[in-house]
Design a binder for this molecule. Structure first.
Ligand SMILES: Cc1ncc(COP(=O)(O)O)c(C=O)c1O
Length: 381
C-alpha cells in the first residue's frame, strides 16, 4: 500500500461501538454517549466533567472558546482582538472572525514555530483581550511564559491545542491547567471521533457559555439532553450554533481514547524517535526545538531543510512516492486575513520556506521511516 502522510487508525472496536449506538440505543444525537465521552475525557485530563464541552470539530471548539471569553456578544458591536501566530491552520483565524473577533497575526519563533511573545508585545492593540498560543506540532513551548505575558497584560488565554491531545507540560496534561484549551478530534489527530473537538475550561462560567452556545445558546439544554430530556421553555440571550457532537461520534471517540495511552502514544513516540536517530548528524536539516519540560505526542512531524534546499528535497521525496505536507501557509499571506500596512513577518516566512512535514501516523512502520530518511539523505548528498 502507498505510504500515507497521515490517516485514521480505526477498526472493529470503533465499528462495534457505532453499531451499539445505532442498534441498541437508537438515539444518534447528543445524549448519553456524549455525556460518557465527556466524563471519560474529564477523567483522562483530571478535570471536573462540568468544565469540558465537546464539539463537532476542533474549529467549532475554538469558536466556542473565543466567543465565551470575548467581551460583549456576537452581532452586538465590536468584540476586540486576539493575538494568534500566523503559522497555524486557518481554523485558528476563522474561529475568531466567526464570532466577530479580529485575529492579530503574530510572528513565530524560527526554532519552534510557536508564538513569538516579543512580537506579540509590539502588535498588542488597545482592544486585545486574549492570546491564542498554538501548540505547533504538539509543542507547548514556553507555555509558562505565555501565561505570564497574559497575566502582565490582563489577557485571557485560549490554547489551540488541536495537535496536543495527550501531551504534558511539567508532568501536567495540556488542558488540565491554565485558562481554556481546545483540541481537535478530526480524522488524523492523536485521537479521532470522526470529526470532533473539545473545549476544556478552568472556570464554570466560561464552560457554561460554551456548553450552551454549542446548542444554539438554549440555556441549560446540555444538561437536559444528557438526562434524555429537552428544554421546552427555554430562554436564549446570545448567539449560539449547532456545534455539538453526536452519540455516533462520541462512540468512536470513547474507543479511541481507550487506545491512546496503550497504543497510539507509544507508536507516535517510537516513530518520532526513529526519525531523530536516522537523521542525527545529517547536515542541512533540523528538527524543531523542544523542551525537556514538555512530554510531546507528535501529531505531525515537520522538518526544517536549511540553506534554501527544501523545495528540491521535497520534490525528491514526492518523486519517490513519499507524501510530504505543508504546515502551514502563514495566515497573513491569505487574502482574507491580509492587513495592508502590517509590520512584516520575516521569521515566519523564513521558517515557512524551510518546513516540510514527513509522514506520521501509528500505522507507519519503522521501515517506512527509514525509507523516508534515506531519501532525504539521498536528496542532500
Ligand atoms: C492548529 C489547528 N487548529 C485548529 C484545527 C481545527 O480542527 P478541526 O479540523 O477539527 O476543525 C486544526 C485541525 O487540523 C489545527 O491543526
Amino acid at each position: 500500500m502507498a505510504m500515507r502522510l497521515s490517516r485514521s487508525i480505526v477498526g472493529e472496536a470503533e465499528a462495534e461501538a457505532v453499531r451499539r449506538v445505532i442498534v441498541e440505543d437508537g438515539y444518534l444525537g447528543i445524549g448519553a454517549e456524549v455525556k460518557r465521552f465527556e466524563q471519560e475525557l474529564a477523567s483522562y485530563l483530571g478535570v471536573n466533567p462540568e468544565l469540558v464541552c465537546t464539539a463537532n470539530t476542533g474549529t467549532s471548539a475554538l469558536t466556542l472558546a473565543v466567543d465565551a471569553v470575548a467581551p460583549g456578544h456576537f452581532g452586538q458591536g465590536p468584540r476586540g482582538s486576539i493575538l494568534v501566530p500566523s503559522l497555524t491552520f486557518v481554523a485558528s483565524f476563522q474561529a475568531c472572525t466567526a464570532c466577530g473577533v479580529t485575529p492579530i497575526a503574530c510572528e513565530v519563533l524560527p526554532e519552534t514555530g510557536t508564538i513569538d511573545l516579543a512580537d506579540c508585545e509590539k502588535r498588542l492593540a488597545k482592544d486585545t483581550f486574549a492570546i491564542m498560543p498554538v501548540h505547533y506540532a504538539s509543542n507547548p513551548w514556553q507555555l509558562d511564559e505565555v501565561y505570564a505575558f497574559a497575566a502582565r497584560h490582563g489577557l485571557r488565554v485560549v490554547e489551540d491545542a488541536a495537535h496536543a491531545f495527550g501531551c504534558r507540560h511539567d508532568g501536567k496534561r495540556i488542558g488540565s491547567f491554565g485558562d481554556v484549551a481546545c483540541f481537535s478530534f478530526d480524522g488524523i489527530k492523536n485521537i479521532t471521533s470522526g470529526e470532533g473537538g473539545l473545549v476544556v475550561c478552568q472556570d464554570r462560567e466560561t464552560a457554561r457559555i460554551a456548553q450552551d452556545a454549542r446548542l444554539l445558546s438554549v440555556e441549560g439544554d446540555t444538561r437536559a439532553r444528557f438526562a434524555g430530556e429537552r428544554t421546552w421553555d427555554p430562554d436564549v440571550v446570545r448567539q449560539g450554533w449547532r456545534f455539538h457532537m453526536s452519540n455516533i461520534m462520541a462512540a468512536v471517540g470513547r474507543v479511541q481514547l481507550s487506545r491512546l495511552e496503550p497504543e497510539f502514544i507509544p507508536a507516535r513516540k517510537r516513530l518520532c524517535t526513529l526519525y531523530r536517530e536516522e537523521l542525527e548528524g545529517v547536515a542541512g536539516v533540523a528538527f524543531l526545538k523542544e523542551s525537556p519540560r514538555d512530554d510531546i505526542v507528535h501529531h505531525i512531524q515537520p522538518l526544517r531543510v536549511l540553506n534554501g534546499r527544501m523545495p528540491a528535497v521535497r520534490q525528491h521525496l514526492l518523486d519517490a512516492g513519499i507524501p510530504v505536507g505543508v504546515h502551514y501557509k502563514p495566515n497573513h499571506l491569505l487574502s482574507y486575513f491580509k492587513i495592508e500596512g502590517e509590520a512584516p513577518f520575516p521569521q515566519t516566512e523564513g521558517l515557512f520556506a524551510e518546513l516540510m512535514t514527513l509522514p506520521l501516523h501509528p500505522g507507519l512502520s519503522d521501515a517506512d521511516v527509514r525509507e523516508v530518511c534515506a531519501k532525504i539523505k539521498e536528496a542532500l548528498s
